[in-house]
Design a protein around this ligand. Sequence first.
Ligand SMILES: *Cc1c(COP(=O)(O)O)cnc(C)c1O
Length: 377
Amino acid sequence: MHIDTIAVQALRDHEHGAVVPPIHLASTFELDPATEDGAYAYQRGSNPTRAQLETVIAALEGARHGFAFASGMAATGAAFSLLAGGDEVILSASVYGGTYRFVDKVFPGRGVTGRFVTDLGDLTDADFTEHTRMVFVETPANPTLRITDLRRIVDLAHSHGALVVVDNTFMTPVLQRPLALGADVVVQSATKYLAGHSDLLAGTVTTDDDELAETFALAQKALGGVLSPFDSYRLIQDIKTLPLRLERQQASAVEIAAHLAAHEDVARVLTPGSFSEAEAVLHASQASGPGAVISFELAEGLDRVAFLRALRFPAYAVSLGGVESLICRPATMTHEAMTPEDRAAAGIGDELLRLSVGIEAVADLVADLDQALAAAR
Ligand SMILES: *Cc1c(COP(=O)(O)O)cnc(C)c1O
């Protein structure tokens, strides 16, 4: 089945012939007094609506197990709950700012070491020690859109007994399926493309590994950062249009990137694969499209604040993946938790802007960018 069909048809046969699933709000469920057994007992452990969403999430990814959390960071936190004192994690330098914050502020108290590597493409056997338990990858990286070879990282990590966790937020399973490339765990901020309307916080974890799945079920039950039935229902509905939205957003992003790259008032444009021909080939081998986030810098002498003020459509706000276009400055807005040195090493310049392309008519977006560039001159 194609993913467009899975997104709409993964759940069928609801009570009364309803074509959308019900919302079960109960926090607790009656048990059989003799066996003290029941399909559900208490909402944190599991509930019918979240279970339905988790079925959809697993189906999209082609995974054995799916889990829904209250935010992308709760999902990443669940993946990091696999780590114990003494363990070491290798991460790409330009991971999501919140992931950096977790490594910087939470790992030390847990005795876990996070090691940032500027270019995961340079990773070799020598980077692994007996303590390396996990490699955490974001490809395309945020906001530089650099590409990491997932198959190579999987081979390398597995040969050293380390797990590979991929944050697939920018691609979604529509464009990239890391589990099929050998990754052990995929985490996503469903707040972004999966929800798609900038009005809901959610995170997902998927895996094919039964043992890891037990750990994630425990993370839901013991740490408690689960998605509510209401938001689970909304996400089930939002996911139905994910492939459609992303197709439109991606087509517009490709057009806007080409327009900006040819514009004299734009110094450079970053897209997945723009760093080098090798990365372009690599991305094409592991993903089916560039997605809808692009980064760019204005030409020297242009007034950034005037440009951003003049924009009519992209709101100057963090986040991405919604139907409305958003623009932000990663150095001060999404990656402010990084030290200036770490930002510089990761290639996140102070003037870099990140544009998340929405579903507005691309002609309107291009005209808006053009008039704002003129205003900034
Ligand atoms: C937003 C984001 C997260 C965190 O997700 P929340 O839902 O905001 O907690 C993690 N990774 C990436 C790549 C993101 O863009």
